[in-house]
Design a protein around this ligand. Structure first.
Ligand SMILES: [Zn+2]
Length: 375
């Protein structure tokens, strides 16, 4: 008798369902945990909310520290992982930014990005738009060309070797000064052909989106797309979502789960066709009158264009998008058709040419049909 969790883990690790011969595939939609795990593993996916620095696994930190002749204040990987204890966003960010100090050279950024893209490709992510935080690297004296250069080289190699396409989003760190964010933008603009957009991350408390109005305008004028984090349960959270949508004309919202508390903002976001990148591991629990509500479920039921993403997987139990979707499926009672819809939302709202989008949607449709689901 096999342990049920072992079977599910094996199913996740198994070759992609779409690679199986027709006779071996399920002819009906998944109805139990094992089939559901296999269905999720094989689902063609896109990811838009993943911080590259948040994919820096403890093992890689040790390898990069050794290569760069740095010493880490932990005896080994396990001791480092045991230190990943946080109770709120600031305590998480402290651990997160400390971890980045091993990233120094172009090769380090290559290894970081290639590591994520390999993992994502192994989970059938066809396309990713990845965040990075240049201010944190610039202030340590790492030149922007090393950061963008290493990531860009990894993107090209991963596309060629693994078949995964990707683009890059520069994030402003909202808890640093507006001047520091502008310096990072100015440093990166000569490389704007390597970027697809700008975003806004880090600690929202006391740092509303309008602090970066000038930055977003400048980036937009340079031809870049605009997204921004609206973290859950922040002060003036609905006001910040409104500012992002109305005043700053954000094209996408990262997290944004509190929107379900405002029917007016839900209607506005739907009328604008705004996608939301939900990370259930981090942003799923919206508090409403002291009670947690399932933001993913409510956003889907409200008809918002929601995708599911992994955020900072190296700091969240090394759960990448497949594991996040398996968990979300259980927590939010997602049906197979809803899982297909989530990936359809993602491909439909990716910042890519129509031809590329059509190719992804055709693969998603074929996959859904192979499970007897109408896409
Ligand atoms: Zn994030």
């Amino acid at each position: 008798m096999h342990d049920r969790r072992q079977i599910i883990r094996a199913a996740i690790a198994a070759p992609l369902a779409c690679a199986l011969p027709g006779w071996a595939r399920a002819a009906t939609p998944p109805t139990d945990d094992v089939a559901m795990a296999r269905f999720i593993a094989g689902l063609p996916k896109a990811e838009f909310h993943v911080h590259l620095e948040g994919t820096l696994e403890a093992e890689m930190k040790f390898a990069l520290a050794k290569r760069n002749n740095l010493s880490l204040p932990y005896a080994d990987v396990e001791a480092m992982k045991r230190s990943y204890i946080y109770h709120d966003l600031p305590s998480f960010l402290k651990i997160y930014y400390d971890g980045m100090q091993v990233l120094l050279t172009e090769q380090d950024f290559y290894d970081l990005a290639y590591g994520y893209l390999s993992k994502a490709a192994s989970q059938n992510v066809l396309y990713a738009e990845m965040f990075f935080d240049p201010q944190e690297h610039l202030k340590r004296g790492v030149p922007i060309e090393a950061v963008i250069g290493g990531i860009t080289r990894a993107r090209a190699d991963a596309a060629k070797t693994l078949g995964i396409q990707s683009q890059l989003i520069l994030c402003f760190m909202r808890d640093l000064s507006a001047a520091s964010a502008m310096e990072a933008l100015d440093a990166a603009l000569p490389y704007k052909d390597k970027l697809v957009g700008v975003g806004l991350d880090s600690d929202e408390k006391g740092n509303p989106p309008e602090k970066f109005a000038e930055h977003f305008a400048k980036a937009r004028a340079a031809g870049l797309h605009v997204t921004m984090h609206c973290d859950v349960n922040q002060e003036n959270t609905l006001g910040n979502i409104r500012t992002a949508l109305v005043d700053l004309k954000a094209e996408r919202i990262d997290h944004g789960g509190n929107i379900v508390q405002s029917p007016e903002l839900v209607a506005l976001a739907k009328s604008l066709g705004i996608p939301f990148t939900v990370c259930p591991t981090f942003s799923g629990k919206v508090m409403d009158d002291g009670q947690p509500i399932n933001a993913l479920r409510e956003m889907l039921d409200a008809g918002l264009k929601v995708s599911v993403n992994s955020d900072d997987p190296a700091y969240m139990g090394s759960e990448y998008i497949t594991e996040v979707l398996v968990r979300a499926q259980k927590d939010s009672a997602l049906t197979p058709a809803e899982l297909v819809r989530i990936e359809r939302n993602a491909f439909e709202t990716a910042w890519i040419p129509a031809e590329q989008r059509d190719g992804y949607l055709a693969r998603l449709d074929a996959y859904a049909q192979s499970w007897d689901l109408t896409a």
